[in-house]
Design a protein around this ligand. Structure first.
Ligand SMILES: Cc1cc2nc3c(=O)[nH]c(=O)nc-3n(C[C@H](O)[C@H](O)[C@H](O)COP(=O)(O)O)c2cc1C
Length: 163
């Protein structure tokens, strides 16, 4: 028996996730990027992270063809950046806020965390590809990260404030 897609999507929306913008540069020097909440740490030795990208996404060919990518974990005030990099049919780099950072990859100077990766593997994940990156350089800022939960952007709250 197959699970109903709407029920599955609704169920998974209850799981809080980080909000990242993954970027890369293709062979012609063109920049590509997408908003992804399917970002996770994977391995310590070697240092690996993963992010999943829909096979139908306009950015898929660029990420599949590039040896490097950057993961920008957005800070709590960057919901606008997340929305922009999820929008179809627009130049997501028009705001000029992504600049060459670690390994020369497009990064946001205000991101909570930047991870510059060499592509370690690309695995099949159903209708998504699982991009596995080996972290070559990182930058950590003091800003708290952006969180996506229940289809809204939010920020982590100390447990004491929840009661
Ligand atoms: C909060 C949020 C999280 C998202 N997470 C992912 C993700 O993990 N993987 C993915 O492929 N698309 C994700 N998307 C959708 C992409 O950002 C983008 O909208 C999609 O790739 C369609 O873009 P296209 O016009 O380039 O095909 C997310 C969108 C939002 C708003």
């Amino acid at each position: 028996m197959s699970i109903d897609a709407t029920a599955f999507t609704r169920a998974m929306s209850r799981v809080p996730g980080p909000v990242a913008v993954a970027t890369t540069v293709d062979g012609a020097g063109r920049r590509w990027g997408f908003t992804g909440s399917s970002f996770s740490s994977l391995s310590l030795d070697p240092p690996l992270v993963l992010i999943c990208l829909a096979k139908t996404a306009s950015t898929h060919a660029a990420f599949a063809g590039s040896p490097h990518f950057m993961v920008n974990v957005l800070n709590g005030d960057q919901a606008e950046v997340a929305r922009r990099f999820a929008k179809s049919g627009v130049d997501r780099f028009h705001a000029g806020d992504m600049v060459p950072c670690e390994l020369g990859l497009p990064g946001h100077p205000d991101a909570a965390l930047r991870l510059a990766c060499t592509r370690y593997d690309m695995l099949d994940g159903g209708d998504h590809s699982i991009l596995v990156g080996r972290v070559e350089a990182l930058h950590v800022a003091a800003h708290p990260p952006l969180v996506y939960c229940d289809r809204s952007f939010t920020q982590p709250m100390p447990a004491g404030q929840l009661t």
